[in-house]
Design a binder for this molecule. Structure first.
Ligand code: FE
Length: 357
């Protein structure tokens, strides 16, 4: 019922957005017809899944620097992808931003994106953090790590994602819902690195080891450890970093109770994912779209993402903030991030089978 209601609202927003944009298109066309000069567009429409404060600040800075008005529609990646499909070539969207490479891959497979040639992007973003066919580009990097209660657990006992499925983790593990895309991508990476059967067994045992039914976000799993509900949790790094630097003393205390394990350092490396951006297939303001993504990978923007959100920059020439420095460097799983998209549907099916809520 909720989903139907959300769809209706989304449709309504789309229609008004679309109507408004159509008028703008008409105006531009009339002008260019009569003057035979293509008028420089002064706006950009972004469909974004990101729910962070840093984005608002960066878009404001981009507006200030370029005079290009930034319009943002926020929703889940699936809702935004459906919206792009529904709108087709009349879509006002120029840029799609998600918090997961898997969903960008899905948008690409559906023919909703276009390849971009930009030496700035090729230079700023390492190859493994962008699409091999240049249809999407990582703008921030995140590692999905294990955290543990420093007083009750030894890190050497839980050095891998696989170890969380061992009997020794029974009743100890705090992890959020399988509806969450971060867990879907983690599972997709486990399928890619082994096979479906192994991944199913892993997920079955993870459910068995849960200290409680999945609830809340990554921060809530860390707080769960502090509250004594479990001793192990899975989280993206930036949530822990934010808690460590929070103005709320309670959050700082909770975060200080745990320490980080970068899993699978002796093997494939820690599962990483990106927040990424792509230019949509029918982008009406393509030049601005490229300009914006380039701007988001500039040194200044990468520092904003790191300072305000505590995500890892995609650029390799950024001086890390102290919290990230303290955790040290780690080996990353170099799995092609498109694999996350290819395996996410299988991941969701397995989650359902093993009743990971
Ligand atoms: Fe997040």
């Amino acid at each position: 019922m909720n989903r139907i209601f959300a769809s209706i609202i989304l449709l309504f927003i789309s229609l008004s957005f679309f109507a408004c944009n159509d008028k703008k298109k008409e105006n531009t066309e009339t002008t260019s017809d009569s003057t035979a000069i293509v008028e420089e567009s002064k706006e950009i429409n972004i469909y974004s899944q990101r729910h962070y404060e840093s984005d608002k600040n960066l878009f404001a800075e981009f507006e200030k620097q370029t005079g290009i008005k930034v319009n943002v529609v926020k929703a889940s990646a699936d809702e935004l992808i459906n919206k792009l499909e529904m709108e087709g070539q009349n879509s006002p969207a120029d840029v799609l931003i998600t918090v997961d490479a898997g969903r960008l891959h899905r948008a690409k497979s559906k023919g909703l994106l276009q390849p971009i040639e930009s030496n700035i992007l090729f230079e700023n973003i390492p190859a493994h953090l962008r699409d091999a066919e240049n249809q999407w580009f990582g703008i921030t990097k995140r590692a999905r790590v294990i955290v543990y209660d420093k007083e009750k657990e030894k890190p050497e006992n839980f050095a891998t994602y696989e170890s969380l499925a061992d009997a020794k983790a029974k009743g100890k593990l705090l992890i959020r819902s399988s509806e969450n895309v971060y867990n879907q991508s983690l599972m997709a990476s486990i399928i890619a690195n082994s096979d479906e059967e192994t991944a199913r067994k892993w997920a079955t045992n993870i459910v068995e080891n849960m200290a409680r039914k999945p609830k809340g976000g990554d921060r809530d799993q860390i707080k769960g450890i502090a509250a004594g509900e479990g001793t192990l949790a899975v989280t993206n790094t930036y949530y822990l970093a934010q808690m460590l630097n929070d103005t709320d003393e309670e959050n700082v205390k909770a975060a200080q109770k745990v320490a980080v394990i970068f899993p699978n350092q002796d093997g494939r490396g820690t599962h990483i994912n990106i927040s990424g951006a792509a230019v949509t297939k029918h982008s009406p303001n393509k030049e601005n779209a490229i300009k914006l993504i380039e701007f988001l990978t500039s040194k200044e923007s990468q520092e904003v993402y790191m300072n305000q959100e505590m995500e890892y920059p995609v650029r390799t020439d950024i001086e890390m903030i102290q919290t990230l420095k303290n955790w040290g460097t780690f080996k990353e799983d170099t799995l092609n991030l498109s694999k996350l998209g290819e395996n996410q549907e299988k991941a969701v099916i397995i989650f359902d089978e093993v009743k990971w809520k």
